[in-house]
Design a protein around this ligand. Structure first.
Ligand code: SF4
Length: 578
């Protein structure tokens, strides 16, 4: 079955920020954490938060210690004041867009305007907004309600951020007709508008639509309505188990979207299940075969091994050394083995980030561990052929690679040292991985006999470091939700996705400048110019993700890995000047 995933599916900015704040706290706090009402309308996520000590309460009565989280919908100022008086620690996770609407209501009612809120009277966000009105306030949700609004008072109207855009437009026109001086702010969040617009745009392009999200989630239910009113047969599910496989098997292409509180791993589970359904329109050797192949290459880290081989070939040429097969093979085996073995130490996060991959690992566990250890042994044998110093260095790096992922701080000292493993040091994962690649690919060959120009080695080391750093950080971004849940402080978990993206763009810009500058100065062979292609293709990959052309999954991850293989292809195509 062909699946079209909506670019707007998944956590919106407000939910993501709230989850980040709560999980950051839950992963380090020993005291309980309370949220007023469910943090988000998703039962599976709430269950997971509960397992991490986050409790949902309706009142703070009797609670003497802990942390209270103000959820994304916000609360009225009176409740906020009462919370402060309890002396409990407060984390404000009010969505910035909701906070803006609160500010509009407060500032205008202060000036004497009567507030009109277009939304659901009992919705937590609307209850919060009502509290910010310092004067009369009316809540309406139908165009007929406009008749009952006062005609002779200055009015300020706002919308609940998840309000239906069509209904709000009707109400806006009706208010303006009745009261031309009324101030009307369209405060519907663009995350909601874009999501609904994208669902409508699927009409005519898909045979059915699956909407993933909580049955109690207002914005998810609205997506279902939008899809149905666009004439698309629609299925609302919370998990993949609820998919109507019989009905879906009759469809050729199915669209998938998700509410603002649906995490990536739940969307991935649904997409994976849908892709397994064979529809009558599928040809025998259709995409299913290709998908299975991609799956084996990605989950089995075969792309990583090929990428390491390719990058080593390119780095060898960039350093001005003659190409050979031993160095790329040694690097590929070592890097492949480290990826496979480290995945077994990281099973907690992969359960959320990549459920399909976690399943792949548990069914091929023995085979993967044995081949991983075998690959390290063969890499060491290859290193031996290059000299004893090279072999000792490779053994040292292999040992570091294993120590990196296992607890080294004794249990009794863990109170003082937050990090039990080197991997737990915030942001260390991406740097450690790229350093390991850089050392194995560019620096270890320096230990061999025979002169290698330092300028070439330095440029090739920083080229490998930059390319692998961007590759690893991109995977960290794709896996940020699972890493947050299990408390792995990767770069995006520590500094946020936006800053990580800025950093990656700067790294790529620096890498491009280095290749260009070194090429112009004659410090490295002319392959430096051709390797700029890899820098550009990585920048395009970032763009593909940022514009949501591809969603994290088989295709996007394969694209990221392809950038490293491209380096090898550039090396093969490049002809040194004679
Ligand atoms: S839907 Fe918009 S307003 Fe509501 S939490 Fe998400 S980003 Fe904030």
């Amino acid at each position: 079955m062909k699946v079209r995933l909506a670019r707007t599916a998944g956590f919106c900015m407000g939910v993501r920020l709230a989850m980040e704040k709560v999980l950051a706290e839950a992963n380090k706090a020993e005291d309980p954490i309370y949220t007023f009402g469910p943090l988000i309308h998703n039962r599976q996520v709430m269950k997971l938060l509960e397992s991490k000590g986050v409790r949902t309460v309706e009142t703070m009565e009797g609670i003497r210690a802990g942390t209270v989280v103000i959820r994304a919908h916000g609360i009225p100022p009176g409740e906020r004041k009462a919370l402060k008086a309890t002396g409990l620690r407060i984390i404000d996770a009010t969505c910035p867009r909701v906070a803006r609407v609160q500010a509009i209501v407060r500032s205008h009612t202060r000036k004497g305007y009567t507030a009109v809120i277009v939304g659901e009277r009992e919705h937590a966000e609307v209850i919060g907004l009502r509290g910010y009105a310092e004067g009369p306030v009316h809540v309406i949700d139908r165009v007929e309600d406009v008749e009952a609004l006062p005609g002779d008072e200055p009015l300020v109207a706002v919308a609940q951020t998840t309000q239906d855009a069509g209904i709000f437009e009707e109400i806006r026109q009706a208010i303006q007709e009745r009261n031309p001086d009324a101030l009307i702010f369209d405060t519907i969040c663009d995350a909601t508008q874009n999501r609904q617009a994208e669902v409508s745009s699927f009409a005519g392009h898909v045979d059915g639509m699956v909407v993933v999200g909580g049955f109690h989630s207002g914005n998810t239910r609205r997506l279902v309505q939008v899809s149905e009113s666009a004439g698309i047969p629609t299925f609302h599910v919370e998990t993949e188990e609820e998919l109507d496989r019989e009905a879906l098997a009759l469809m050729g292409t199915v669209g998938v979207t998700a509410g603002a509180s649906t995490p990536n791993w739940m969307i991935k589970n649904v997409v994976r299940e849908l892709e397994r359904i064979r529809s009558p329109k599928d040809s025998r050797f259709s995409q299913a075969v290709l998908r299975n192949l991609l799956r084996i290459f990605l989950f089995g880290h075969i792309w990583v091994g090929l990428g390491a081989f390719s990058l080593t070939h390119a780095a060898t040429l960039l350093a001005g050394r003659p190409p050979d097969l031993v160095h790329p093979s040694m690097a590929a085996l070592y890097i492949w083995a480290m990826h496979v073995l480290n995945r077994f130490l990281d099973r907690g996060a992969s359960t959320y980030n990549e459920p399909d991959q976690a399943q792949f690992y548990s069914s091929h566990r023995t085979r993967l561990v044995i081949t991983g250890l075998g690959a390290v042994a063969v890499a060491l044998m290859l290193a031996w052929t290059l000299g004893i110093t090279v072999m000792v260095a490779m053994a040292g790096v292999s040992l570091l690679g294993i120590v990196y992922g296992i607890p080294i701080v004794p249990v009794r000292r863990r109170n003082r040292w937050q990090a039990a493993k080197i991997k737990d040091v915030p942001g260390s994962k991406t740097l450690a991985e790229s350093l390991a690649w850089g050392v194995v690919i560019a620096l270890i060959p320096l230990l061999e006999n025979g002169g290698t120009a330092w300028s070439g080695v330095t440029v090739s080391f920083f080229f490998v470091l930059a390319v692998v750093y961007v590759r690893s950080a991109l995977f960290d971004i794709f896996e940020v939700q699972g890493d947050m849940i299990v408390g792995i402080e990767t770069l995006p978990v520590t500094i946020g996705e936006r800053r990580t993206m800025q950093l990656l763009k700067s790294v790529l810009a620096g890498c491009g400048a280095l290749l260009l500058g070194a090429g112009l100065l004659g410090a490295v062979p002319s392959i430096a110019y051709y390797l700029l292609l890899c820098v550009i293709s990585l920048a395009l990959t970032i763009h593909t993700y940022e514009t949501r052309w591809l969603y994290p999954g088989l295709r996007l991850e394969t694209l990221v890995e392809a950038n490293l293989i491209l380096a090898g292809l550039v090396g093969l195509a490049w002809q040194p000047a004679s």
